[in-house]
Every structure is written in structure tokens, then in C-alpha cells.
Design a protein around this ligand. Structure first.
Ligand code: K7E
Ligand code: CUA
Length: 678
């Protein structure tokens, strides 16, 4: 696509526009600045611009739209972002924290993959045990495919306390504590080895939903593909989250057996539909692939039917049935059998066209939006109509006996949005947004019902579209999954970047495109392209920055972040010591600018070493690192933190340990000798 060149624009026009826009921005955004007189400011800006800015704009070929976009996103030094986006990191196995609208990356949160900056998985016992808790038996897992982050909610609004993320590749869920932005728990799904429809939370985060993906015998047993219909199954797992302890409680959790269609994304009901969950599915054909043997490949075999099935699950009732013992044991985990779900009225289907991907619950909970990848429409279902159809009780069933509600009974509207619709999000103006993978574009369409009052566009109509570059997957709007979305910004999480950035070889970054959705009608503006150079993020959630209230330093010196409580091995200044008991050596060390105490650690080859380090700093950002060569040890110790590692001193020699954070002028001197005598 040829970019319009600014040669067409005269310098005076750009200069006038800059002055006008900056003056508007100053008056509207900075009117709360103390002691600043906006008239004086405008004067100063005008004087500055009449000097350099117009010629800079001309020299850089900036169009008026470019200048508007710059003014909406440029974030001066020391000014904070209004929103924070938590993006999954795809096959990096991590989560990324990004400020908006500046689109500055603020943090990587190490989750499923070792990460040396944070000392995650390089000796520190808490992180080693955490990562090991995600192993499967003897099989060590050191990566993950994170797809859908979910912020904890209170009464359907993000509360900024916890973050959940799934691992599609190995069916795991992690819990991140937003007091310190660190991972606290990894939970393995006992009955499946992959998931996808996760994580989503109920409006008070009582339950964390993990929907499945590729059907397999539950409990990861073997069975031939010839027995697919009989032995293979789908599932949804309902994890109990205990806010008090900040942990998922597997002992209070359960799963539901589902037919071997490939369950895909799920979403939790809210407000009127609270207590229900919805998962879409594909491959109701139960295709088993085998292109090498002359069978249709999955892509064709799983795309024959015009309709697949949205799964409508009565969560409240399922919780009762599970608590009442209506489960069987699979790999030590309680599972509600499919027959029980049918008898108890826990599970219904609604037909959904065609090869669906994504079901999104509207802010009021009254509508469910489904996109079929091979259908140019989004289909909107009415929760009220679904309830009526369930009460009326006339339905057909699928091969497994699951009731299939009549499509026309439950469908509220279909909106033709374009090619390859995937995921939908919502704003505060009565619009929904749907990503269009094939165009690729983002469509804005107006909602009906109560949402119709919020804008002038007719209900259930496409109102505008914006092209994105290229191949959008998910989109995320500010506070978009809550009962009260903010609108304002939308981020298009694009899978291909193609020509948007300098060529860096055949592996390209992804592209996050920030879009202004604040204006009604046909008025979407692309503001910023952000290259994302790591695993492919699938989904993101965007929270108001002022809802987050993380600690600046740990609450006490000698803090254990894994228990979020004082560590019994925390060491205060003056308490440093080395304790020997036979071949067992225990070291209690402190770190402060700019030395470790002790600076000499002399041990014997063959000793078993347990080493505690406490960062006794109480200064914001005074983090110290600690590394030992050869033994693959690297810790990050934030102010107040105590970290512990252990190792067998099987190699003799002289090992200089040092601080890996440039913490002070004498940081290079923040070192010591580990002497291992043969
Ligand atoms: Cu569409 Cu995993 Cu939500 Cu990828 S998923 S895009
Ligand atoms: Cu501590 Cu460098």
C-alpha cells in the first residue's frame, strides 16, 4: 500500500494544524497541572512551533493525520500511561505488560519459561519449585503457549488484583499476583494435555474457566483414532479460585465431560447471564484427519458442516451437581459425566455458523456474539431467548443426546461484517468490534437493544471498518471484557507485520496497532504501530492504570515473594553468617549498595550448599542481582526480598560471584569469592 506522501501538504498548513492541535491538547489534557497558565503555555507552544516544528513535520513527511496520531500517543518523560495492557506472550510462555497509549513495553512477567532478568528458574528455589510444579511427571516443561490472559474481577469489573493465563500446549493455568507482578502458582489440568478456551473468569473471579481444544481420551490414555466417537472427549474445567490465599484450589474444582467436538473459546456470563458459561466449538464433524492416507485434511474435514455448536453451560447448577457427588474420578480429578450433564440440564447446544472462533458476552450479559471464520456474519444470540427455548423444552439432540436448541429460536441478529470474522469486543458507545482475519480489518457495528440508545446508528448494522496490517487475530478494547467498557482505544493484535517495519530477516515481529475508537460513527483512526518481538500474543486485556496498586518495595526486609510473608531465612544487617554441619553449608548473606556480606565463602568440594540472600534495601528500584559462574545461578533480589538457592559444590576452583544489576557507582565492586577447595 502506497503511503500518501506529505508533499501534497504545504508547510504552513501543517504548522497551523500543529499549533491548533497542541493548543487543544494542552487545554484539554493539562488543565489540571498546578500553577500552569494555559494561555502562557499556548503562547510558548506557538513560539516553539513557529521555529522548528513545522520544518520537522515537513522534513519527516508527516501528514496531518500523523501529527494528530503523534499528539494522541506521545507520552513525555515522566508522564504515565492511562491504561495498562496485559498481553499473552504466545509461545514465549510469558505475559507482557504494555502502557497505553504510548505502547511502551513496561515488563515481561515470567510465567512458564525460565527468565534470567527476573532470576526466574536459575537456582532460586521458589521459582525452581514453581516451574517444576508445571512439569508432567518426569517430563520437564520449559516453555508454554500462552493465549488468553484474564484479569480478576469484582462485580464484573477488573479489580487489578490477580491475573490468570493459560498454556494451550500443555493445558496449564498460572496465577499472577499483581502486588508484585510475579507468578505464584501453576496448575496442571489432570485430564487433558491441551486447552484453549482459557482463561476466563466469572464476575467475582470465584471460578476460572479452562475450555479444551483437541479432543482426546480424558486422563490422557491411549486409544486408536478408529475409536474417536466412543473414546475421545472434549471437556471444560472449572477451577475454584480462593482470593484469600490467592491460589486455585484443585481440591474444590471439577471438570465436565463434553462430546469430542473441539471446544474453542469460552466466556463467562455476566449480569443477566451470570452463572452460565458459553464455549464455542468446531469440528462437530469429528474429522480425524490423515491427509497422508488419502483422507481429507483437518482443514477440510472439520469444515463440512454449516453449523457447529455453541455450548451453553449452567455453571451454578454444575457446581451443585459436582458438590453433590455427581462426578466420576478421572486421574484423581472429579468429572461430571456427559450423561449426568444431559439429565441434570447442565448442557445445551445452539447451532453456530460456520467454523466458529470466539464467543463474546456483551457488557450487559444479554447477548452472546459468535463469529464463524467461514461466514461473513457475526451471529448474536439472546440469553433471554436461550432461556425461553430451554424452558419450552422442544429440541433435537446430537449423537450424544445433548439438546440442540433451534437456531431461529435463540438468534437475535446477524450482522454482515466481512471476511474471516474472529473475535469481538465492546465499547461504551453501543458498538461492538470484530476482527476480520481475511480482509484484514476491524469492523465496528452498532448493537441493538439497550445499546441502541448510545449512538445514532441503526441497530445491528456495520458502521465502519479500518484496515489493519496484517492478519489480525484478537482485538482488545479498554476494559473491554467488563460490565462497563471504556471505549477510547482498541488494540489490533496482528500476526503479520510484513512491510510495517525495517527488515530484520525472515522472522518478523508481530504488530500491535493502536486504534482510536473514541469518536462515533465512521471515524476510526490508526494511531500507532508497535512491533512485538517475542512469541505471538493471542489475546490481551486492558485495564485503567489507576486500578493497579502494586508495591514499590516488599513490605518487610526478608520477604518471601512466593508466600508473600516474611521468610524465616531473611537476614538483617549484622546477622550474616556461614553455618557448617558436616558437608552441609548454609550461608546467610545480605546485599546492599555496594557489597555482599560475606565477601568470602570458603567451602570444600562435595559440600551441599544452601545459600540465602536478603536485599536489605528500602529504596525504590534498588534491586541487586546475584550470579555464580558455572553453576548456572542467577537471582534477582528486589528491595526487601530474600532468595534462596542450593547446589552441590562438585567442581573445585575459584568462582567470583557478582551483582548483575548496575546498582551504584561501585557496582563493579559488588562482588566476592566463592572458593571451593578440592
Ligand atoms: Cu483467536 Cu487462542 Cu483466542 Cu489465537 S485465539 S488469535
Ligand atoms: Cu548491586 Cu550491582
Amino acid at each position: 500500500m502506497e503511503r500518501v506522501k506529505s508533499m501534497k501538504f504545504r508547510v504552513w498548513f501543517i504548522a497551523a494544524l500543529i499549533i491548533a492541535l497542541v493548543a487543544v491538547a494542552l487545554v484539554s489534557c493539562r488543565d489540571d497541572d498546578e500553577g500552569q497558565d494555559s494561555a502562557e503555555d499556548s503562547q510558548a507552544v506557538a513560539e516553539a512551533l513557529s521555529g522548528d516544528a513545522a520544518s520537522i513535520a515537513a522534513a519527516r513527511n508527516l501528514t496531518p493525520d500523523d501529527i494528530t496520531a503523534a499528539l494522541k500517543t506521545y507520552t513525555p518523560s515522566g508522564v504515565y500511561d492511562e491504561y495498562v495492557m496485559f498481553a499473552s506472550g504466545g509461545h514465549s510462555g510469558q505475559v507482557f505488560v504494555i502502557g497505553m497509549p504510548s505502547m511502551r513495553i513496561l515488563k515481561t512477567i515470567a510465567v512458564f519459561t525460565p527468565e534470567p532478568w527476573q532470576g526466574y528458574g536459575y537456582g532460586e528455589i521458589g521459582t525452581m519449585e514453581l516451574l517444576a510444579s508445571g512439569n508432567r511427571g518426569d517430563h520437564e516443561l520449559t516453555w508454554a503457549d500462552t493465549h488468553h490472559p484474564a484479569l480478576s474481577e469484582t462485580a464484573g469489573d477488573y479489580d487489578g488484583e490477580w491475573l490468570f493465563i493459560n498454556d494451550k500446549a500443555n493445558a496449564r493455568i498460572a496465577v499472577i499476583d499483581l502486588r508484585d507482578f510475579e507468578t505464584k502458582q501453576i496448575v496442571n489440568n489432570p485430564i487433558v494435555l491441551n486447552d484453549h478456551g482459557s482463561t476466563m473468569v466469572t464476575p467475582d473471579s470465584e471460578w476460572v474457566i479452562e475450555g479444551g481444544q483437541y479432543a482426546a481420551p480424558l486422563g490422557w490414555e491411549y486409544s486408536s483414532l478408529e475409536n474417536y466417537a466412543e473414546d475421545y472427549r472434549g471437556m471444560v474445567t472449572i477451577w475454584k479460585f480462593d482470593r484469600e490465599s490467592g491460589r486455585i484450589k484443585p481440591e474444590d474444582s471439577f471438570a465436565m465431560e463434553l462430546p469430542p467436538y473441539w471446544q474453542d473459546l469460552c466466556d463467562a456470563g455476566k449480569l443477566v447471564s451470570e452463572g452460565w458459561i458459553f464455549c464455542n466449538s468446531f469440528n462437530s464433524e469429528m474429522a480425524t484427519g490423515g491427509v497422508e492416507s488419502g483422507n481429507p485434511p483437518f482443514e477440510a474435514g472439520a469444515s463440512q458442516n454449516d453449523m457447529d455448536f455453541m455450548h451453553i453451560i449452567n455453571l451454578d447448577k454444575a457446581v451443585e451437581v459436582a458438590a453433590g457427588g455427581g462426578t466420576i474420578d478421572v486421574n484423581g480429578f472429579p468429572v461430571i459425566p456427559l450423561d449426568t450433564s444431559i439429565e441434570e440440564g447442565l448442557l445445551y447446544f445452539a447451532p453456530e455458523p460456520k467454523s466458529p472462533h470466539g464467543v463474546d458476552v456483551a457488557p450487559g450479559g444479554e447477548y452472546l456474539v459468535v463469529s464463524g471464520k467461514l461466514d461473513p456474519h457475526v451471529t448474536v444470540y439472546s440469553f433471554e431467548k436461550i432461556q425461553k427455548a430451554i424452558d419450552a423444552g422442544n429440541w433435537e439432540t446430537d449423537d450424544y443426546g445433548v439438546p440442540i436448541l433451534d437456531f431461529d429460536d435463540v438468534m437475535e441478529a446477524q450482522v454482515e461484517v466481512g471476511l474471516g470474522p474472529l473475535h469481538s469486543q465492546f465499547d461504551n458507545q453501543g458498538y461492538a468490534y470484530t476482527s476480520l482475519f481475511l480482509e484484514p480489518a476491524v469492523a465496528r457495528w452498532s448493537m441493538g437493544g439497550d445499546y441502541d440508545e448510545l449512538n445514532d446508528d441503526p441497530p445491528w448494522t456495520l458502521t465502519s471498518k479500518i484496515n489493519v496490517h496484517y492478519n489480525v487475530g484478537h482485538i482488545a478494547t479498554a476494559e473491554g471484557d467488563t460490565v462497563s467498557p471504556d471505549g477510547k482505544y482498541l488494540v489490533s493484535l496482528n500476526k503479520w507485520a510484513i512491510d510495517r517495519f525495517l527488515n530484520v530477516g525472515p522472522l518478523l515481529p508481530q504488530n500491535f496497532q493502536l486504534i482510536d475508537i473514541g469518536q462515533p460513527g465512521d471515524n476510526l483512526q490508526l494511531l500507532y504501530d508497535m512491533p512485538f518481538p517475542d512469541g505471538e500474543p493471542h489475546y490481551a486485556q486492558i485495564i485503567k492504570a489507576d486500578k493497579l496498586n502494586p508495591w514499590e518495595i516488599y513490605p518487610e526486609i526478608g520477604w518471601n515473594p512466593h508466600t508473600q510473608s516474611p521468610d524465616p531465612n531473611g537476614t538483617q544487617l549484622g546477622e550474616e553468617r556461614i553455618v557448617r554441619d558436616g558437608n552441609e553449608v548454609e550461608i546467610f548473606m545480605t546485599a546492599v549498595r555496594s557489597h555482599f556480606t560475606p565477601e568470602h565463602v570458603e567451602i570444600q568440594q562435595g559440600d551441599h550448599v544452601v545459600w540465602h540472600i536478603t536485599n536489605v534495601e528500602t529504596t525504590y528500584d534498588a534491586t541487586h542481582g546475584f550470579s555464580i559462574p558455572l553453576y548456572n545461578i542467577n537471582l534477582s533480589l528486589e528491595p526487601g526480598e530474600t532468595g534462596t538457592f542450593e547446589f552441590e559444590a562438585d567442581e573445585d576452583g575459584v568462582f567470583s560471584y557478582y551483582c548483575t544489576e548496575f546498582c551504584s557507582a561501585l557496582h563493579l565492586e559488588m562482588t566476592g569469592y566463592l572458593l571451593v577447595e578440592p
